[in-house]
Design a protein around this ligand. Sequence first.
Ligand code: HEM
Length: 440
Amino acid sequence: MHRKYGPIIRINPHELVIKDPDYYNELYVSASTRKTDAYVHFLAGLNLGEAHVMTVPHDLHRRRRKPLEPFFSKQGIGALEPVLSSLTRRLCDRIDSHKGTSKVIRLNNAFYALTGDVITRICCDEHPDLIEDENFSPSWPDSFKNLSLAAHVVTHFPQILIPILIAPTTLIDWLNPKYKAFRESEAVMRQHVARAKAGKAEGRTYGEGHPTLLRHIAHSEMPVSELDDTRLAREAQVIISAGVHTTSRCLEYIAYHLIEDEKIRFQLQRELEPIMAGYPEKVPSVSQLEKLPYLSGVVKEGLRMADIAMHRLPRVSPEVPLKYKDWIIPKGVAVGMHPRFMNTDPEIYPEPHKFWPDRWVGDIDPRMDRCFVPFVRGSRDCLGKNLAYAELRTVIACLFRPNGPVFELFETDYTDVEPIHDYVVGLPKLNSKGVRVLVH
Ligand code: HEM
């Protein structure tokens, strides 16, 4: 469409899309530059409206997001490292235990289990121990995939969910058993919210309990009006969903390339050799791992190419008009830009669809960092990007360590990871069973 109609297109009566790398930082701006509202119709039907992600007005979004930011800052994530290290080691042990057997492992499930166990431990006291399930709890990826597949329908026909919201849960589970894991998580979150609030009311400090996100919010300066049980349960559910599908998809995408291309794998393993010498007793820290240039290149190529957020991610300027070249865009109009056009711009990334970690090593064209937007930019950028980087680096380093398990792809090719469907998140062909491997 852009080839035919140019860099700015009105794709429906209410929305514009722009394809122009020079405009990205003008649209996705920080709160100090300009207010940014969410687009009211985007995913409105998902009934998650009270979570900060779905909050339309700029100021209320800031008020809801601000207390969460320290928890997901680099320092905040540093405090969660022991959890990440021990779960990663557990995942690797579980995978190692299949060495030499004929058991086919679905890495998709394994990575969902890891990221699900990490983020649920971060959010609340109860956690489902997904890694311990013999098949890495396949109901979780099923549940999230089902939600993604519904995204466009509920965006355009939000009323469709009304009967579902008032129907008895037994009926819902019968009609759609794959949604059960997500639905049940709300009750767990509500119980935890109630406990966190009761703890505060009894005069207990935040430090006295396990440091969960919900306990952190309950003890934060957030106004009481924002501490409603349902709102906080929704908040946690959204953060869990945002934290699971995204990172696990990216891990799966990277793992495919590392298994498939031994030159890349060997180069990574040469770099990892000194730092992984103490494994399993010692899992390297995230700050050690971020100093490894080739590992960073591997992770960035995964983030660049996996199209985790494939959607146009609309933004609205509520108070001032926007200007794009000669066009004045009235305030209140939704404008989006597809991250894919930035992340795979052939002028910036030669052979943009080649997984090529070396492109990030050494002196790089500064435009590469400018165009690299897997986490979007501005006041509504990804809250969990530090956590995502920590998970990606730790899991890849431990799983693909020198002398670690040797994987053989089982009935898997690139079409099992190649993002070809935009369900807000990018998905590969819909009948894919994901990356399946044998372990030697
Ligand atoms: C590879 C991993 C990840 C990628 C590529 C990614 C990407 C993104 C993108 C593009 C957005 C903007 C969505 C929009 O504009 O509508 C976003 C938002 C968000 N992400 Fe992530 N994400 C990742 C991992 C995570 C993790 C691990 C968490 C867990 C905390 C998380 C939590 C969130 C939240 C809460 C938002 C909404 C922020 C807001 O509206 O203020 N993400 N993410």
